[in-house]
Design a protein around this ligand. Structure first.
Ligand SMILES: Cc1ncc(COP(=O)(O)O)c(C=O)c1O
Length: 383
C-alpha cells in the first residue's frame, strides 16, 4: 500500500456493520475472564491505558505512512518523546542531540542528564558536527529532520548511516518535515517521533504524539502502559481523520510557504528570510535532495528592529494568529525566544541565530494572497 493510500485506508478497519471508518471507542475497560484478550498487535487489551481500538486504528495507519512496522500513539508529542527516552536510556548512557531542537525536548534531556546521570552532548545542528560527535558512540542519537526555528536540514541519510556504523539507536523527530516529505525509517532510523498535534492532525484542535517503531516493540508498549501516556480515543479519531488529508495539506502549505518566503525576501522591513526552499538557505541542496521539491509549511524571518518591532508586528496582525504551535489550517506567527526556543541557553541561541528579531510563521491553508496581505500590513505598521 502506497503512503497516500495508507493515510486513508491504512487503519484496516472492518466491522460487522461494514463501516470503513473506525468509531470512537469510549470505554476504559474490556472484558477479561481468564487471560487478557489480545489486540491485533498481540498485546493485552484489557484496560484502555494499554490499548484502545480507535487508537490502534490510527496507529496502524500512521505506522504505514511513516514506513514503520508499528506505532504507539501518545497524548502529546512530549509524552511520546519522554516515554521513548525513559525506555531507551539508563544512567551513564550517552545521548547525542543538537543545540537547536524543540525546547521542551531539550529541557527533558537536561533533566535526564542532571537527575538521572544520562551523558548528554549537544552539538551544532549540521551534518558534519553530528557525524563527528557520533564517533563518541552515544547509546542514542536524537535529531530533528528540520530544526526549529532556524529550519536547518541535516543530511539525514548520511547521519543515519553514521549512527548505524557506531551502533547508536537513531531517533528522528520528523514533525516539521512530515511523512509527506520524508520517511527517516527508509534511511535507517530506529524510531520516528511526531507531535501529531502539528501536520498529522493538521487542524490546531488536538494535542497528540506518535512513536513509530520498526516492528512491534513490546518493551515500549509496556513503558507507555506504565507511564500512562496513551492517546485518548476521540483524539485518535481526530488524528486519523487529519492524517487522511496530510499529503494534500502539506503540499499546499509548502507551495504557500514558498510564495510567502519569496514575498518576505523582497520586503523593505525584513532583514532576512530563512526557508529551506530558497536557494539562499545554507541547506537548500540537501532539502531539495531529500524532500522531492516541497519544503514544508514553516518560514522564519528577521524583521528590521528588535523585540519592540516584533511585538508591534504581532499585535498588528488581523488574520494570522500570534501563538506557538504549527502545522494546522490556520496561519500562526510565533515569537521563538518567548516560546519553543526559550529553554535553549542564551549562548546557544546567539550561536544559532535565535535572536530578538526572529519570527516563525506556520503557513496555513487560507488563500495565500490573504496571508501575504496581512503580513504586508503588519510589517508596514513597524515604524
Ligand atoms: C519538533 C517538535 N517536537 C515535539 C513537540 C512536542 O509536541 P507536543 O506539543 O504535541 O507535546 C513539538 C511541539 O511544538 C515540536 O515542534
Amino acid at each position: 500500500m502506497r503512503k497516500r493510500t495508507a493515510a486513508i485506508r491504512g487503519h484496516e478497519w472492518r466491522d460487522e456493520y461494514g463501516s470503513p471508518i473506525p468509531p470512537v471507542y469510549l470505554t476504559a475497560i474490556f472484558e477479561q475472564i481468564g487471560e487478557a484478550r489480545k489486540s491485533d498487535r498481540g498485546l493485552d487489551l484489557k484496560y484502555a491505558r494499554e490499548e484502545n481500538p480507535t487508537v490502534r486504528a490510527f496507529e496502524r495507519a500512521v505506522a504505514k505512512v511513516e514506513g514503520g512496522g508499528d506505532a504507539l500513539a501518545f497524548n502529546s508529542g512530549m509524552a511520546a518523546i519522554s516515554a521513548l527516552a525513559i525506555y531507551l536510556l539508563a544512567s551513564g548512557d550517552g545521548l547525542l542531540t543538537t543545540k537547536e531542537a524543540y525546547g521542551a525536548t531539550l529541557r527533558l534531556f537536561g533533566e535526564l542528564s542532571n537527575k538521572y546521570g544520562i551523558k548528554l552532548r549537544k552539538v551544532f545542528p549540521d551534518t558534519e558536527a553530528v557525524v563527528e560527535a557520533l564517533k563518541e558512540k552515544p547509546k542514542v542519537l536524537f535529531v530533528e529532520t528540520i530544526t526549529n526555528p532556524t529550519l536547518r536540514v541535516l543530511d539525514m541519510p548520511e547521519v543515519l548511516k553514521a549512527a548505524k556504523d557506531v551502533g547508536a539507536i537513531a531517533v528522528v523527530d520528523n514533525t516539521f518535515a512530515t511523512p509527506a516529505l520524508f520517511n527517516p525509517m527508509a534511511h535507517g532510523a530506529d524510531y520516528v517521533v511526531h507531535s501529531a498535534t502539528k501536520y498529522i492532525a493538521g487542524h490546531n484542535d488536538v494535542v497528540g504524539g506518535v512513536v513509530v517503531t520498526k516492528e512491534v516493540d513490546s518493551g515500549l508498549w509496556t513503558y507507555r502502559a506504565m507511564l500512562g501516556g496513551i492517546m485518548q480515543p476521540f483524539e485518535a479519531f481526530l488524528c486519523a481523520r487529519g492524517l487522511k488529508t496530510m499529503h494534500l495539506r502539506v503540499k499546499e502549505q509548502s507551495a504557500s510557504a514558498l510564495a510567502v518566503a519569496e514575498f518576505l525576501a523582497e520586503h523593505s522591513k525584513v532583514r532576512e528570510v530563512i526557508y529551506p526552499g530558497l536557494p539562499t538557505h545554507p541547506h537548500y541542496d540537501v532539502a531539495r535532495k531529500l524532500f522531492g521539491g516541497s519544503y514544508g509549511g514553516v518560514v522564519s524571518f528577521r524583521v528590521k528592529g528588535g523585540r519592540a518591532e516584533v511585538e508591534k508586528f504581532l499585535s498588528s496582525l488581523k488574520l494570522i494568529t500570534p501563538s506557538p504551535s504549527l502545522g494546522g489550517a490556520e496561519t500562526i506567527a510565533t515569537y521563538p525566544i518567548l516560546s519553543a526556543a526559550s529553554p535553549i541557553p542564551p549562548e546557544d541561541r546567539e550561536e544559532l541565530g535565535i535572536t530578538e528579531d526572529l519570527i516563525r510563521l506556520s503557513v496555513g491553508l487560507e488563500d495565500v494572497e490573504d496571508i501575504i496581505e496581512d503580513l504586508d500590513h503588519a510589517l508596514r505598521s513597524i515604524g
